[in-house]
Design a protein around this ligand. Structure first.
Ligand code: ATP
Ligand code: MG
Length: 376
């Protein structure tokens, strides 16, 4: 039996279904798509739980006979060669974990992608070095990796997380290049996951592009409030602590049921709770979180122009705004008229400080939003 975690509110990793709230329907949807050979794109605003959902699906899929999973977070990659290096390394490390005789198995792959193989002196894990000079060499290697996967007698689910990152590559043909390979693989299904930023959404908005035609779209929403409330109370109870339903619901509302911020708050609240949560303790933990983050938030402030900061503060104070150009909003917060709002708003969206959803603009970081509304 797995050891129970000291603090049941995870803020950085996935552990197991026991520490994962709900997402039953979404887990089923993604699992069904992948196991029936359909590719899927998973979108949401940041920190809503996409990576967690993928890990939860993979946790279940790995138990299915004949299924193997590869998780690739492409956030650190900046071009096609980085992408190939990371994908190659993921496949090689996966094989190393699968079997002792992996070296024989991957020999053709290693030579096919012209990689130099070395080994971690501590863990013994294989590492590959790759240095391509021409686009032709790169594209041939990408093809070799996919060919390797297609030749195995296994069904793979592959996740490319932070997929919007390919929009930053200098290679502008990434979508088509990937599709030219992916469409021929009958034993590999893909989930492309990313935050709801422009590059990824435009892959869907434009019906001439391969993603629009070839993957189903799942937009990850907030966890249902009552379900989340039960999960939270249950975790306290399992550790001999208690919290009233009303306090949980208030906190869920306060953090807009945004998964990461909820998890983080309850992680800290749990840490400070002896037996029973009081309203005073809740207030204290709200304050503590903002105090700890204050130095970072002052840095954010210094990165913005005074006008951008004023607009950001106004959005935070209102807890979201649907008509930032409206004369009432402008008057309430002493903002200047018209075009300066638009310009500042675009800059804030571009810097991922503000996002728009269903026509409402919000400050992206919920803690930052609370800090802005409180401190200034
Ligand atoms: N259903 C859930 N139940 C409990 N905790 C969750 C759940 N989903 C996610 N989390 C936790 O919330 C945090 C944020 O989730 P996650 O990293 O999956 O979000 P994300 O959408 O991938 O974020 P980003 O856009 O920054 O990559 C993580 O620490 C994770 O452990
Ligand atoms: Mg993620």
């Amino acid at each position: 039996m797995a050891i129970a975690l000291e603090n049941p509110f995870l803020v950085a990793t996935y552990h197991s279904p026991a520490y994962f709230c709900d997402r039953a329907e979404e887990t089923k949807q993604v699992t069904n798509a992948l196991s029936n050979g359909r590719n899927l794109t998973l979108l949401s605003v940041r920190k809503m739980g996409k990576t967690g959902l993928i890990k939860n699906v993979f946790h279940q899929l790995q138990k299915k006979k004949g299924w193997q999973t590869l998780y690739v977070d492409i956030m650190p990659t900046g071009n096609l060669n980085d992408f190939i290096r990371l994908l190659g390394r993921t496949v090689v490390e996966h094989e190393w974990r699968q079997s002792k005789s992996y070296l024989k198995k991957i020999a053709t792959l290693i030579s096919g992608i012209s990689a130099k193989l070395s080994f971690d002196t501590v863990t013994g894990a294989p590492k590959i070095g790759i240095d391509y000079q021409t686009p032709q060499e790169s594209e041939k290697s990408l093809s070799e990796i996919f060919h390797y996967l297609s030749a195995q007698n296994v069904k793979y689910a592959v996740a490319f997380d932070e997929f919007q990152q390919i929009g930053q590559y200098p290679e502008k043909n990434m979508e088509l290049l990937l599709w030219s390979h992916i469409q021929h693989l009958s034993n590999v299904s893909f989930v492309f996951s990313g935050s709801n930023r422009h590059p990824l959404t435009s892959m869907f908005a434009d019906c001439g592009r391969p993603f629009y035609q070839n993957t189903a779209l799942l937009f990850l929403e907030k966890i249902e409030k009552n379900t989340y409330c039960r999960f939270i109370r249950d975790k306290f109870a399992k550790h001999g602590k208690s919290i009233a339903t009303e306090l949980v619901k208030e906190a869920l509302e306060y953090y807009s049921v945004h998964t990461f911020y909820v998890q983080y708050f309850f992680n800290r609240l749990f840490e400070h709770t002896e037996t029973t949560v009081t309203k005073a303790l809740v207030e204290q933990v709200h304050r503590l979180i903002l105090e700890e983050r204050s130095p970072i938030y002052y840095t954010y402030k210094s990165l913005l122009t005074p006008y951008q900061f004023q607009l950001l503060k106004a959005i935070a104070r209102e807890g979201g705004v649907s008509r930032p150009n409206g004369s009432d909003f402008i008057a309430r917060h002493n903002l200047k008229q018209g075009s300066s709002v638009n310009r500042a708003l675009s800059a804030l969206v571009e810097r991922e400080m503000v996002y728009e959803e269903n026509g409402v603009y919000h400050v992206y970081d919920v803690f930052f939003s609370k800090w802005l509304a409180k401190i200034f």
